[in-house]
Design a protein around this ligand. Structure first.
Ligand code: FES
Length: 154
């Protein structure tokens, strides 16, 4: 069941759009923010609330790679996997994270602390290589900087 708080947060978006279904991305983000990811059950609840079919909503949810349809760690690392970052050291950053965390792209650490995912250009190419952890952008990355950055995410 969607909580009263989730319903309220979703309903707050309704006045901005002509149709309930137009709120679907925002609604999925509301649920994900509180639950960490969007389960099948949660997807069905949101779909019913927005008067959509679960399939319609799932098509949208799976199109956006920032809607997580599988459980993720407490912190999600989005490592930029686009051309400027490739040129500026993407491989070194990915390899360092893989070694440090013991996971490959698409995986979650055994303690549930981090999930590491690729993402397209983060729009900060002049400070490549770059990544996001949760809502935070990290730029001009070097392997040396990574350990200090990770320590800020318990
Ligand atoms: S290519 Fe990585 S920030 Fe643009």
């Amino acid at each position: 069941m969607l909580s009263a708080e989730e319903k309220q947060a979703i309903e707050a978006e309704f006045p901005h759009y002509e149709q309930k279904r137009a709120v679907c991305i925002e609604a999925l983000r509301v649920v994900q923010k509180r639950r960490g990811w969007v389960s099948d059950e949660a997807l069905r609840e949101v779909a019913a609330f927005l008067e959509m079919t679960p399939d319609e909503l799932d098509n949208t949810a799976t199109f956006y790679n920032l809607i997580f349809r599988r459980p993720v760690g407490r912190h999600v690392i989005l490592i930029c996997d686009s051309v400027s970052c490739w040129i500026m050291g993407y491989d070194r950053i990915r390899e360092h994270l893989t070694k440090r965390l013991g996971i490959a792209l698409g995986q979650t650490t055994g303690d549930g602390r981090f999930t590491m995912l690729p993402i397209v250009c983060l729009g900060t190419c002049d400070h490549a290589p770059a990544m996001m952890i949760d809502e935070d952008l990290h730029r001009d990355l070097t392997p040396e900087k990574l350990d200090a950055i990770l320590a800020n995410y318990p």
